[in-house]
Design a binder for this molecule. Structure first.
Ligand SMILES: N[C@@H](CCC(=O)N[C@@H](CS)C(=O)NCC(=O)O)C(=O)O
Length: 207
């Protein structure tokens, strides 16, 4: 099995944190995304979207999309640590909060970053106004997270889950757009500090 990634890239980081939490180790291959290695035909044969992360199984099966990879790993490497929930209600809550954190937070932040920086303007059209609007939507999303974390120790409830990984990666990534989690968001700040002390987070941060 091989994981194609770029260590500090946010989508790769989601899978790295998930694997570290579950104690999973897989050989990794670094892909030069800035240089465009990921948009080569050879890489698109591994990742249909041409994006990282992508997982290649020993029988040649390939998977892309960070959460699809996490779901595969969750079943392929069973542990007691249920990061997608372990009952009808907790599975629903984790799915709900992960999608909220992903759609309104992380992916909106990606749109802001990609359109404002033009980092991938060799492969997509960048629209400054779209970037500005996306940045504003991320800023307006943060109070929803703040309210939730003022009432709940973790995003999906009493237990740490993959939704926390998605939201934590988003909170780190938005610094690239000069959006900072500060004292005006005290519950997010405390949750962020709590997560950063988890052994898996310390290990990934150091890698
Ligand atoms: N929805 C995808 C997003 C993947 C993604 O956007 N990956 C970025 C790095 S974080 C990438 O490959 N960028 C290179 C490019 O767009 O050419 C996932 O969750 O895996």
């Amino acid at each position: 099995m091989k994981l194609y990634e770029k260590g500090p890239a946010p989508s790769a980081r989601r899978v790295s944190l998930f694997m570290a939490e579950k104690g999973i180790e897989i050989p990794r291959v670094d892909v030069d995304i800035r240089g465009g290695e990921n948009i080569s035909d050879a890489f698109k044969a591994i990742s249909v979207t041409g994006r990282i992360p992508a997982l290649e199984l020993d029988d040649g099966t390939t998977l892309c999309e960070s959460i699809a990879i996490c779901r595969y790993l969750d079943v392929a490497f069973p542990t007691d640590h249920a990061l997608f929930g372990d009952s009808a209600v907790t599975i629903g809550q984790v799915e709900m909060w992960n999608r909220i954190a992903e759609l309104q937070g992380l992916f909106t932040a990606f749109q802001a970053f990609r359109n404002l920086t033009g980092i991938y303007n060799d492969r997509e059209r960048c629209v400054d106004a779209w970037g500005e609007e996306s940045k504003q939507r991320v800023i307006e999303f943060l109070p929803l997270m703040e309210n939730r974390l003022a009432q709940s120790p973790y995003l999906a409830g009493d237990r740490f889950s993959v939704a926390d990984i998605t939201a934590y990666v988003m909170c780190g990534f938005i610094k690239n757009m000069d959006i900072h989690i500060d004292e005006s968001l005290p519950s997010i700040l405390a949750w962020q500090q709590k997560l950063s002390k988890r052994p898996a987070f310390i290990a990934v941060q150091a890698s």
